[in-house]
Design a protein around this ligand. Sequence first.
Ligand SMILES: [Ca+2]
Ligand SMILES: [Ca+2]
Ligand SMILES: [Ca+2]
Ligand SMILES: [Ca+2]
Length: 690
Amino acid sequence: MNLRYFSLFIFFLTISIDSFSQAGPKEKFATLQKNFNSTNNGGPTWDEFGDLVFEKNNKTYWLATFCNVQDTSIDYYRMFEIDFNSGSMKEVTKEILGDFYPTSAYNSPMYYKDVDNDGIKDLLIFNIGKELEATRPNWSDYNVFFKGDNLGFKKAELPGITTEKKYHHAHDLADFDNDGDLDIAYGSDVTQIFMNDGKGNFIEQKIQNLEAGSIYRINNQRYNAGTFGLLFSNLDNDKELELLATVSEQPISLDYKNGVWTANLFGEKGQFIWKNNVHIGVEQTLEIPNPQTKKNDYFFRVTTNDIPMEGGSQMKWMTKMFMSKSNKIDSIYLVQNDLSKTNSFFYLDPKLVDFNFDGTPDLFFKEDEFWGNTGQKLHAINQRIWLNDGNNNFNPSKLKFADDANQLVYILAKSDSVKKINILFSQRGIPFDKNGKFSQDIRYLYNRIDTIVYPIQNVQTIKLCAGSNLKSLVSKVPIGILIVENSNTNNLVTIGQDYLQIKGNAVGEGLITYKLKNDFFEGETNSIKYSIIDKPPVPLITREGSNLVSSNSTGNQWYLDGIKLQGENNNKIKASSTGVYTVQSTNNDGCISDFSKGEYGLITSTLKEENLMFYPNPFVNNIKLSFSAEFGNSADIKILDNKGISRFEKKSVQNGEIVDLSLLPVGTYILNLLSNDMGKFISSKIVKIH
Ligand SMILES: [Ca+2]
Ligand SMILES: [Ca+2]
Ligand SMILES: [Ca+2]
Ligand SMILES: [Ca+2]
């Protein structure tokens, strides 16, 4: 049988749980006490499974074990309410669970499902008993059932399931016969299956070829019935689920037909062996849908103990991952990637979360941190995030994380609808001081909620017109943006919290690369490929009889006194109105030229500079006033805007004087002239253009 061997060491901890969001300060929300994780003062138990985070009544709760209550040596189930927005938590054990109930293991496997089929989800906890070498072979305890009600839970019993003290290392809950009631399987030395009769009774099922209580006879061979991991899954095409029981030597699948289970062989014999004489057992099996075969692939987390070659100077517990793909289901192979080839690690509680929003689930592992007694640090978080290549092959992520985040153990990864991931971390004892020196005396416990933000697209392609600005939204939530490279610095790049803005000065192609970054993580490099399109040349207006003609043959838009003339898009216009005509041209890429110079429309007399009283009109900054002898030699001028508000006044302007009107905004104005000598009054429209 598999040996669980553990080097013991005792923690002396002063513990508090703090919580802080990435933006906010640390927030203390609970005080815990000494001897953390010292179940019955026996030292640490084996960190085998995960924590449970679940939602009820639109609130998110974290069910934890391993936390002590005021100076006792016993661990309890503890319930915390998580507020993802503020990144804070509060303890609600009494309110939600009803009381503090002791546990004999920490991180027991916990399920949040409607076990008794009354429409409200319940909590079922497989209390495996503590896996502590010093107390073996007394590893056993009672499973715990918290029956869900409208407000919280009430501790209750499920006859047979929670009333027998056993060692429940392997476990699964599913409705294997499709009758609407959840059924239960658990086991260690022997696999036991219980059918829910819908009336609160769990009836143990017969396994046809189980012999002597703990041996399957298959094809006249004897196979060990013991298992560390169970999974109900549909392995064939009938409507019932099979039970995958991954014992060490040979995986077994149990098939349900006509009220009886029969054990069969699954996969090839000895496939979980990765090195001669080194194999322990499958702790957890995940089914991962394969988009190509439309069937499930299987991912196996195998706990094993290394021999000195890979792990250093001493034997140590470690994890190896295996897979079985649906296109060749019997072939179980060792998963190898950049990390698993070169490092030894003890990873557990794999969660399937689509981290990079590409539609296929990725894996996120916890890592057992109690290798602290060997002075080994946790792997960086990115090495615990394995991204799916789309065909259920997994490789460590290239994200970077802040050093303190790398020392944490994750509890939950939760994706949301705005392309971000919330991660709830728990730090349960870092055996290093601030200088990275190993020390068993420095221990912390706190939680934090952090967020990884992903870009809307890894590669964006944009076009913009020379001289214009374009904002590209790169994130759906505010985040720091780090420019890695701008291939042409003539084009200015500015950043906001969710966008990059480029001012296109240099016509041609270019590339901007950037990363999303905050004090918690740094994303992979993303890019914006841009094309800066030239504007059409500024059109020149020439006169052709009573028409005005644009020098650009296509894409013209005419304006009269700055107002767009709807439908006037030819290169010619009949200039029949008194006023100033201008034209703009648009090219095929939608880039718009600057305005042409203005031209007068209706002409009733010869226009020469010496006959004009004000020149030029339209004007840019200055206008020159010329008076006829009949009008006089000087005049008071007043300029009104189109609302009749005076915008400029000057007394006694002399004949031939140039008046500076550069402060006036572009627009159409009324110029009033009152002759000082002759008392004559003239009012005329003038147009300022840029
Ligand atoms: Ca229920
Ligand atoms: Ca059922
Ligand atoms: Ca089936
Ligand atoms: Ca993914």
